[in-house]
Design a binder for this molecule. Sequence first.
Ligand code: SRM
Ligand code: SF4
Length: 584
Amino acid sequence: MAKDKNSPSKVEGYKQESRLLRGTIDEVLRDPEKDHFEESDLQLIKFHGSYQQDDRDLRKERRAAGLGKAYSFMLRIAIPAGQLSASQYLDLDRMADEFANGTIRLTTRQAVQFHGIIKSNLRETLRQINQSLLTTLAACGDVCRNVMATAAPLKDSIHETVRETAHAIAADLRPATKAYYDLWIDGQKELSSMETNDSEPFYGETYLPRKFKAGVTVANDNQIDIYSYDAGLIGVIENEELVGWNVLAGGGLGMSHGRPNTFAQIADKIGFVAIEKGVDAIRVIASIYRDFGNRNDRKQARLKYLIDTMGLDQFKTEFRKRCLFQVQNWREIPAVTINDWMGQHEQGDGKFFYGVFVENGRVKDSESIKMRTALRQIAEELGCGIVVTAQQSLIFQDLDAAQVDRVKEILSTNNVPLVETLSNARRYSMACPSMPTCGLAVAESERVAPEIITSIENKLEELGLSDSVMTIRMTGCPNGCARPYTADLALVGRRPGVYHLFVGGRLAGDRMADLYAADVKVEALLETLTPLLTSYAELRKEGEGLGDFYQRTLERSEPRRRVTGKEVPTYDEVQPKLYQLGAR
Ligand code: SRM
Ligand code: SF4
């Protein structure tokens, strides 16, 4: 029978009947005959930080041999503000071999993922993660996900407040259910630092309509791409003091190829609140979403769709009504800038931090580059704190000058390229995991991205564009996990070997790119890009990024705030304009 479009989605029912996220997870974990979960538990384990996956490379072969899928689990560890101690990192490094596929995956949201954990190891892996005082709770699921903060470990009071606020939001919106501890650590709450309960005072039995993402940063540093989230706080600085937060709501990058009413969108400006009201402001936004978000159609359930249906003014009115504190108008702030914080920086207390670029966030040892060995050695020898960045890389902090030299030495010994030797094309690139673990992938991403970057890198060098700072991002489907739509240049998977090409975002992450060329075969990528890149090389102004050049060519007065991916590609519109500008 067809589903009534006004009735709650199946997942709402699973949540409601789950006894606060228990379902039959325990029974399945105890059953040695079962190597995977069925539909309702499969949705519930997400709240516990896990996705059931299967090795997609093996599907065909196994099917031909009459075998079922090769099931395994991805585990995501939520790390507010990306901050890890050296010993926590070393625990994760050990677990990567003991339970996972020998790699650690740093995510675009400052979290860490393991892939390839088999069901029989799931409970022990989660137990050990908790023993390290880390958690997978709410890393996935219909809740507030990992809360981000600019990665720069600067030791001034402004950055301290940013980090503390991110931690406070994470604690405030963390689910209260005891189920997590009962299931994974035999109810041993003392193994964890978190408060639990057997009720959900904020979320209630059905939690949020879907995921909810939040981040905190300051006006001069959009390292975390804050305009892409459901809710964000941008610290407003006046006379070198943090005076309060500009509040954003309704950003989001997921969209579906086949659904015309899905879109990626830059967040809306909601207002300005006092410093001590930042956490409350995010909770109020989450509460409006909890109470009014779409629970019938999960494809329309994100906050951005609620704001679209409700209207921005109505949303703002509801926000002000629920805030039991003063909400002022948005404060004008300087255009955001972004720093990836790679390489060496002073941290403001006489010490330094050092950012290490990890290609696509995959910490592994390859034949040539011993990235995992190098990072382990640095953490072991120097015992320094680590920050996972929003660009899938990491930072070692609290180093003295001699330790910085030692970090560089260890990296070089293990063949890890130092940031100054990387091309801009590679340094600012990101790709999502995609095949073979992601069940939603329709095209390759992480596995082919390094090679694609090499070809773009060569083209840029040939055109004299190596100095251009350019974000190049790639995903294996339109869901937007590597935030493609805010990049200068992006490839978004359509089907194997075929990508939509987006152009026109920028490093600052504050506008959407355009669909530039549709359904481009990977072999035709450079040919499609060359006219634009050639004109960019000839006609760019000093310091002008590719996205900015593209926008100037199109004479856009207002930045694009929304993209559906179903627009008419701009390729044919752009070419004559390039000639008008003087391209040869
Ligand atoms: Fe994502 C689903 C990986 C950041 C939008 N994302 C997935 C899943 C879990 C696939 C699935 O549902 O079965 C992917 C797991 C792949 C794997 O094998 O590991 C996955 N997403 C990732 C990560 C690991 C990409 C990365 O390269 O680091 C990022 C983990 C973040 C974290 O630590 O929490 C990741 N995902 C994002 C972002 C970027 C961001 O938040 O800054 C987005 C776009 C922003 C947004 O949410 O709008 C994003 N992921 C999605 C969506 C589309 C959601 C939507 O409402 O439209 C899905 C699909 C879904 O939820 O149904 C998705
Ligand atoms: Fe998977 Fe698509 Fe996200 Fe890539 S963008 S990880 S293919 S859901």
